[in-house]
Design a protein around this ligand. Structure first.
Ligand code: GAL
Length: 768
């Protein structure tokens, strides 16, 4: 059977797309580029040509695209303001073209193009021949090019990218409370593999808590149909060190899953929240001394399960405390590269001290999941969709989405639960029986959940995942009960809101977690949501934003983030976060109560150096929280002035924070997340802009226009000038393709200029 027939027999584009979802999780891919024996993964992110409308003839090989823009992916089909724009601005069909010439070593191999994410439907052409259409913006897909590719000459790949809200593709068909944006917004690569190759690896740790753990390595082989014998070898590596090896002789001509079990390697370092130890599994296809294909996956050893008395990680109950995350960003939608994606994982784990995130409402960037693995942040990952279930063809795509998600991400130790329902959709027995069955078949090691909004919903999953926006919360009605959304639209809050609202927002998150802590049958809660996000006209605050985040759209914290942060152990960090800004008259009757989130056991408040209040945690209001917020009555102070809060642990002063009472914008700061970037045309870092008092506290009503100037090979992603909102905000610096030094100068109208430099490191050019 020739290749094209093989693809047809296997279901055409859908089948080839499945190959991509398998391939994309590989470590080789994670490392960006590599030649390992037999296979080549060649990134194809640079040198794309882009046009923002359909152009007749643009699929043809000889089409003159010199008038198109030269772009690098991740790419957004249009840059947008951070709020108050029309989604129609990005809902159009655009064209991307990419020329490439294969390395001579590709001859005799099979060639695939792997797309990690294109919003929302992609029609792909190679050298003028249409290969097919892939429908779906959040899942990886690929097309096999072997039949049509010119192994010695120039090739042209062309992609029509339809970023309209097509009702035939999840999540569309009805309303949705978020924006999807457009473009080739994740990476692309060529995968060149031998005729018989490793299509996927699924490494399943077993008996991990015993002195004799084992690792079952399922190797999915794609076979060329000719009978042959070779050896399949698997290695477990801890960094460079080989921990265990195993092999199996293969005598076969059919595509199949072969399992190599690695054992007798002794106790392992477990993956957990504080020590997210990672290992690598490396698999080789060996013919005599020749390795003709190899690939690897990063894994972790942990046991994770929801029980009727809570969630257990490595036999220890962990009360889940997390936030829902949309992966959208200001100005470029979803088109942010790996560094920025990973940063979100770090923010959630290290700055806000969450232990779980939900990838609402779709599979998110592999970089984000890698980040979660690395920082020890648990993940509930779910399929694309929002309340609406479409027709049978739509459901078929949705079931297929389950497959792509699970195949791509089942080696991530951070992923502990698959969300296999359309968020908040009605029951649909047959549909959800299919999604559950597929998730269980592809990954027998993980439980499923499915996010619903009504208690009576049919319980087809292993974990009852429920959005409960009421307070008090409903009692856990089923075993293995996890609250997956609360707060959100019931109390939208902006960084510029007044003290009463900011405090109430914080209290609402705190009281839900307090109730969740009251009963072991609640596995915990994932609050709505991490970051403010862009939305449709029929949701949000009227400027295309849902201000539901505990952080703003720039990832700057609101006081409610301080509550999450305060729940960590003081040995990790001593936390003292006021849920207010220090102002004498920003609430109706003057400053009365101070709400402070802290993991100290005692707080002292001083105004003008005079002790005005001394309090312990408010255990009356929050009896169940390990670290209850503090409320101090500051009404009795004699004068207005600077505030100092001291936090004590077992009688010892552990933290001090000061707040100016003068009402003056004192300092202007620019804070880059990273000093160095790769000069690859895509690498990006955030630069936070802030106006503070003399002690470093954000001045929430500073709204000055900051002028930005950039010198060196980079571009500013963001408004220029940038008008601060809530005393803060951010722009991003995106590297161009030349190494060098980038200097960003930001000028505040009265507080002067600040400058930061970035080093752009040279990277090898792409090979195709
Ligand atoms: C939920 C929904 C979320 C978001 C949230 C706002 O019903 O699942 O996507 O819209 O409401 O609070």
């Amino acid at each position: 059977m020739d290749r094209r027939n093989f693809m047809k027999a296997a279901g055409g584009a859908l089948a080839s797309a499945t190959l991509a979802s398998n391939a994309l999780a590989s470590t080789v891919q994670q490392l960006g580029t590599a030649d390992v024996a037999g296979r080549m993964i060649l990134p194809m992110n640079r040198n794309w040509r882009y046009h923002n409308s359909v152009v007749p003839g643009a699929h043809e090989r000889n089409f003159d695209d010199s008038g198109f823009d030269r772009v690098v992916v991740p790419h957004t089909n249009i840059k947008l303001p951070w709020h108050s724009f029309d989604d129609k601005a990005y809902e159009f069909i655009s064209v991307y073209r990419r020329k490439f010439t294969l390395p001579s070593a590709a001859k005799g191999h099979r060639v695939f193009v792997d797309f990690e994410g294109v919003m929302t439907a992609s029609t792909v052409w190679l050298n003028g021949r249409k290969l097919g259409e892939y429908k779906g913006g959040y899942t990886p897909f690929s097309f096999e090019l072997t039949q049509d590719v010119d192994f010695s000459g120039e090739n042209v790949l062309a992609v029509d990218v339809d970023s309209t809200e097509r009702s035939d593709i999840p999540p569309f068909g009805h309303q949705i409370d978020y924006l999807t944006f457009g473009g080739i917004y994740r990476e692309v690569s060529l995968r060149i593999v031998p005729q018989t190759f490793l299509e996927n690896i699924f490494a399943k740790p077993q008996d991990v808590l015993t002195p004799h753990p084992r690792l079952q390595v399922d190797c999915h082989l794609q076979h060329d149909g000719a009978k042959q014998s070779f050896t399949l070898e698997a290695e477990l590596r801890d960094g460079e060190r080989i921990v265990a090896k195993g092999s199996q002789a293969i005598e076969s001509a059919a595509s199949a899953v072969h399992t190599v079990t690695l054992e007798k390697f002794g106790a392992v370092k477990l993956w957990d929240l504080d020590h997210p130890n990672l290992y690598t599994v490396h698999v080789r296809l060996q013919r005599g001394n020749e390795t003709f294909d190899e690939d690897s996956r990063r894994i972790g050893f942990r046991e994770a399960q929801f029980t009727d008395h809570g969630f257990e990680l490595n036999e220890k109950i962990i009360k889940l405390r997390g936030l829902d995350r949309h992966q959208t960003f200001p100005f470029v939608g979803q088109a942010m590269p790996g560094r920025v994606q990973r940063r979100d994982a770090e923010i959630l784990r290290k700055k806000v001290k969450c232990n779980i995130v939900r990838t609402s409402h779709y599979p998110q960037s592999r970089h984000f999941l890698d980040g979660c693995d690395e920082v020890g942040l648990l993940v509930l990952e779910e399929i694309p969709g929002w309340q609406h279930i479409g027709d049978e063809a739509w459901k078929q795509i949705s079931v297929d989405n389950v497959g792509r998600m699970v195949r791509r991400d089942r080696n991530h130790p951070s992923v502990i639960l698959w969300g296999v329902r359309i968020n908040e959709s009605p029951d649909d027995h047959d549909f959800y029986a299919r999604t559950n069955a597929l998730a269980h078949k592809l990954d027998p090691t993980r439980q499923t959940g499915g996010i619903r909004a009504f208690q009576g919903s049919e319980f087809l999953e292993d974990v009852f995942t429920m959005n409960d926006f009421g307070f008090p919360l409903k009692p856990p009605s089923r075993p293995r009960y996890l609250n997956t959304e609360f707060c959100g639209h019931t109390y939208p809050t902006k960084t510029i809101d007044n003290k009463e609202r900011l405090m109430e927002h914080t209290i609402r998150h705190a009281r839900v977690h307090d109730q969740l802590a009251s009963n072991p049958q609640y596995a915990g809660g994932i609050g709505w949501c991490a970051f403010d996000y862009n939305t449709h006209y029929d949701f949000g605050s009227g400027d295309r934003i849902c201000y539901h985040g505990v952080m703003d759209i720039f990832r700057e914290p609101k006081p409610a983030a301080g509550f999450y942060k305060s729940q960590c152990d003081p040995s990790e960090e001593v936390v003292l976060e006021p849920a207010f800004h220090w102002a004498t008259g920003d609430e109706s009757v003057g400053f009365t109560n101070a709400l402070v989130c802290s993991n100290c056991d005692h707080l002292r408040f001083y105004v003008n150096d005079k002790l005005v209040a001394e309090v312990g945690p408010d255990k009356t209001r929050f009896p169940n929280l390990r670290y209850a917020p503090f409320v101090a009555d500051l009404d009795k102070r004699e004068s207005w002035g600077d505030l100092r809060i001291e936090g004590y642990l077992q009688g010892k002063r552990a933290i001090v924070k000061e707040f100016s009472g003068k009402g003056i914008d004192k300092k202007f700061e620019i804070l880059p997340d990273d000093p160095k970037l790769q000069a690859d045309g895509a690498d990006t870092t955030r630069v936070v802009l802030r106006v503070t008092d003399e002690f470093g506290n954000i001045r929430p009503f500073a709204n000055d226009a900051i002028k930005l100037e950039v010198e060196g090979p980079s571009e500013i992603i963001g408004d220029n000038p940038f008008a601060l909102i809530g005393g803060t905000g951010a722009v991003w610096i995106r590297a161009k393709e030349q190494p060098g030094t980038v200097r960003l100068t930001a000028t505040h109208p009265t507080l002067g200029k600040r400058q930061v430099e970035f080093e752009l490191l040279s990277v090898a050019p792409e090979r195709v």
